[in-house]
Design a protein around this ligand. Structure first.
Ligand code: PMP
Length: 397
């Protein structure tokens, strides 16, 4: 088995499992040492509740949280007063869907793409059922994996456009700029699910155009339990607090509450300060890896080239630009069986519909195996992975 690279050596999990190959970073990345140290340090010596306890530890925790907010805002190229600290992409999309300041009328439309993760589909489905709205879907072009035509799907009844910036299945990065501009011209609220995108491409251009952009820490070398929502003042100032409780009010009587008029109004209750502080540390770590994305793209290219030579394997098209993720299926071995075989040989991939069932149905492909690369993966691992797939083909196909 290959030696750990310097970068992989920064990941305690990789050091502890030198013969294993983690290929599931699109689900959750492994966490670098610096982030774990930061997390630990917080709980060992800085932990207190924030925005409430006025002793020095409480004040320090508050200042750490606010410092992390500024770091995350800087990472996304937005002002800290427009960045809300949240728990997960899923939670934000649900909360946003039910809180939008829209006077819904039956027949109003929400435009999504066919590539949405269920997190950016099911909340809208539920909302549509509740208000008798219509969901419309931008198709995915089967041959390219790119977004198909949307011009005729966006009209005066479109109240929301909510799309993923990158597919969690094919890895395709969608070109959303014209769509976002057109949505704005129509007066529709635009929301971007950047969960798969944030670790790979600068967020600032998306944040400049979209009303709301959300992404999770655990897919960019942070830990679960923290997410960021960059939202334009024109939207958040009109949104009511979506969860009500401690920390977001100025005055409360038995009958009435006056709420904060800052972005903190979306942050009721005790935040996961440790995860947020670790999230900011993950941004630092990622920013210190300027070559990482091009190295991952090169690895992905080598993987895709090798897979293309396997006649029994079909790779889902992923367009011009993509994250270091791809999915494929074997024509003779079920993806779940193949993933189990790979697991036995130390390759951790994910198989199934990847919470994007409508996408696979629309492309008429069965369950797929997803390989998503992270900072610890190497060429030797990819070569061994391909050899393992060849072996499976020889044995089972
Ligand atoms: N959207 C996309 C595109 C995703 O890949 C995921 C995670 N699989 C989510 C949303 C949900 O993110 P989280 O689990 O952090 O809520």
């Amino acid at each position: 088995m290959s030696q750990l690279t310097d970068r992989a050596g920064q990941f305690p999990w990789c050091r502890a499992h030198p013969t294993a190959t983690y290929l599931d970073s699109a689900a959750s990345c492994q966490v670098p040492e610096s982030v774990l140290v930061r997390l630990n340090h917080y709980y060992q010596s800085q932990h207190a509740n924030v925005h409430r306890s006025n002793h020095r530890l409480g004040r320090q925790a508050t200042s750490l949280l606010e410092c992390a907010r500024r770091r995350l805002a800087q990472f996304a190229g937005v002002d800290a007063e427009n960045l809300s600290l949240q728990v997960s992409t899923t939670q934000v999309l649900n909360d946003l869907a039910w809180s939008l300041p829209i006077d819904w009328q039956a027949g109003d439309e929400i435009l999504l793409s066919m590539a949405e993760h269920h997190a950016n589909l099911l909340p809208w489905q539920a909302l549509a059922q509740h208000y008798q709205l219509k969901l419309r879907f931008i198709p995915i072009v089967p041959d390219t994996g790119e977004l198909g035509a949307w011009e005729d799907l966006l009209g005066p009844r479109t109240k929301v456009v909510s799309v993923t910036a990158a597919s969690n299945v094919s890895g395709t990065i969608f070109n959303l700029h014209e769509l976002l501009h057109a949505a704005h011209q129509q007066g529709a609220v635009s929301i971007i699910d950047a969960a798969q995108y944030a670790a790979h491409k600068p967020l600032a251009p998306l944040c400049q155009v979209a009303d709301a952009v959300v992404w999770s820490a655990h897919k960019m070398y942070g830990v679960a339990g923290a997410a960021a929502l960059a939202v334009k003042p024109r939207l958040w100032q009109q949104l009511p607090p979506w969860r009500r409780g401690g920390g977001i009010v100025t005055r409360v009587t038995c009958e009435h509450a006056d709420y904060l008029e800052t972005i903190e109004k979306f942050e009721a209750g005790t935040p996961n300060t440790a995860a947020v502080v670790a999230f900011a540390e993950a941004c630092d770590w990622l920013s210190q890896q300027p070559q990482l994305e091009s190295e991952l793209q090169q690895l992905r290219h080598e993987l895709a080239t090798a897979l293309a030579q396997c006649t029994d394997i079909a790779v889902l098209p992923s367009g011009q630009l993509h994250t270091p993720t791809l999915s494929f299926y074997h024509r003779h071995i079920h993806s779940a069986d193949l993933a189990a075989w790979l697991d036995q040989h130390g390759f951790y991939v994910r198989a199934g519909h990847h919470c994007a069932q409508p996408l696979l149905t629309s492309l008429a492909v069965p369950a797929v195996v997803r390989v998503s690369l992270g900072a610890y993966n190497t060429r030797a691992q990819i070569e061994a992975f391909i050899a393992c797939l060849d072996q499976a083909t020889q044995l089972f196909a």
